[in-house]
Design a protein around this ligand. Structure first.
Ligand code: PMP
Length: 409
């Protein structure tokens, strides 16, 4: 294992990792692609805010309201810096990646797409990047064009180029597959799309916890991620959008905060980003998210990436020692922190359930990617996914656990 991370100190930041499940190992938590555990700094900052600062933001003249507002807006600045965005106007707080994608599908669709227009997605998308566009399909009569993948789980870039035509209005693709771990060539995707004059939405749910992101360097027009997958709280996420796009989109939901003036005859909308933030925001969660981003940037993505890449490669090597093992997706070089597998004819649900009895948490099923399962000709997989606090010992426990389960069949 790389020694650049002080894993013992990091693990001490996450109290839940000491939990003993069914009297077995201290928790071997390998379900990080679903959600990550939270460090003390995140939980404590949120507790402190509830105990000592709590008041609704933006509309209060009193002390606490102003303090809570300052914290909330400072968190937006932390997100801006984290993403490398030009302005906090480009940072919209949402409930997570799902809401961010729905916002774009709904508002971009309404503003820029009409019957027969097309969105390009891919075979490896999460349901949130499929169904949100299908809703626009039903409402507006737009069409989904689906970029195929290779048997190794890589995007077919030749086919991607061929999907463009004069009806293509937007490209919406995941950065990293939550099933295969494939890291897609986002810079090429953005370059090709822009050559066709088409904007790009990147689903960063699975990339953001694992690799440094700079939206200006990537050049994407929209970028979505979830707080809970990057050591932050549930219920908060981010939509980054270039100001020139966000400015031209209609609001998503109506309510307080998103207006300038309201009358029964005519309502005017607030400036960015508030135009997209109807209702009371989760201002405590935004504090938690900011502390989570501080946590990962404090450790540094160079060290995080090196550690997780090492761990992923080690896991793939060790898992392949198991008889009957099939790993889905590309080689370790092209994947990130996610390994989906199947062992002989042991049903993934049985495998996951029995691993759980050994104190090992993995995810089983279709992973909200049913079309991808169909493409792979399977119903589901077992998925181990890693975070910065996982160790080679966790991988060894997984391999040992799988061996024990295999012997039962
Ligand atoms: N996209 C991808 C690639 C994901 O892995 C997930 C979560 N599994 C989502 C979108 C949706 O994220 P959330 O449930 O946090 O909105």
């Amino acid at each position: 294992m790389t020694e650049t991370l002080n894993i013992a100190a990091i693990r001490a930041d996450f109290p839940i990792l000491q939990k003993v499940i069914y009297g077995k190992y201290p928790l071997v938590y390998l379900d990080n692609a679903a959600t990550t555990q939270k460090p003390r700094s995140v939980v404590e900052a949120m507790t402190e805010e509830y105990y000592n600062v709590n008041a609704n933001v933006h509309r209060g003249v009193h002390f606490l309201s102003q303090q809570a507002t300052d914290l909330h807006e400072a968190s937006r600045e932390t997100v801006r810096r984290f993403l490398g965005a030009r302005s906090t106007s480009e940072i919209v707080f949402t409930r997570g990646t799902t809401e961010s994608i729905n916002l774009v599908a709904s508002c971009f669709g309404e503003a820029f797409m009409k019957e027969g227009d097309e969105v390009i997605i891919s075979e490896m998308e999460h349901h949130s990047n499929i169904v949100s566009w299908q809703l626009a399909e039903q409402r507006l009569g737009i069409r989904l064009r689906v970029c195929p993948i290779t048997d190794d789980g890589l995007l077919c870039m030749d086919e991607f180029e061929k999907l463009f035509n004069d009806r293509t209005k937007i490209v919406s693709l995941t950065y990293v597959s939550n099933v295969l771990g494939t890291v897609n060539p986002v810079r090429d995707i953005v370059r090709i799309s822009h050559e066709h004059g088409v904007p790009v939405l990147i689903d960063g749910a699975q990339s953001t916890p694992h690799m440094k992101v700079d939206v200006q360097e990537l050049g994407c027009d929209f970028f979505a991620f979830s707080g809970h997958k990057i050591y932050g709280p549930t219920g908060i996420g981010v939509l980054y959008g270039k100001e020139e796009w966000l400015d031209r989109l209609p609001p998503y939901m109506g309510g307080g905060e998103m207006i300038k003036t309201v009358s029964f005859e005519r309502t005017t909308f607030n400036d960015l980003p508030y135009k997209f933030e109807a209702g009371t925001p989760d201002y405590v969660a935004s504090t938690g998210l900011a502390r989570a981003l501080d946590y990962v940037t404090g450790i540094g993505f160079d060290a995080i990436e090196a550690h997780e890449r090492d761990l992923t490669a080690y896991a793939m090597r060790r898992l392949m020692e198991v008889e009957g093992m099939k790993i889905y997706g590309p080689g370790a070089e092209e994947r990130d922190a996610v390994v989906s597998f199947q062992v002989a004819n042991i049903h993934h649900l049985d495998m996951g359930t029995l691993l759980d009895r050994l104190g090992i948490a993995v995810r089983t099923g279709h992973h909200c990617a049913e079309p991808l399962m169909r493409r792979l000709g399977i119903e589901g997989t077992c998925r181990a996914s890693f975070a910065l606090y996982n160790t080679r010992e966790d991988v060894d426990a997984l391999v040992e656990g799988i061996r024990r389960v295999s012997q039962m069949f």
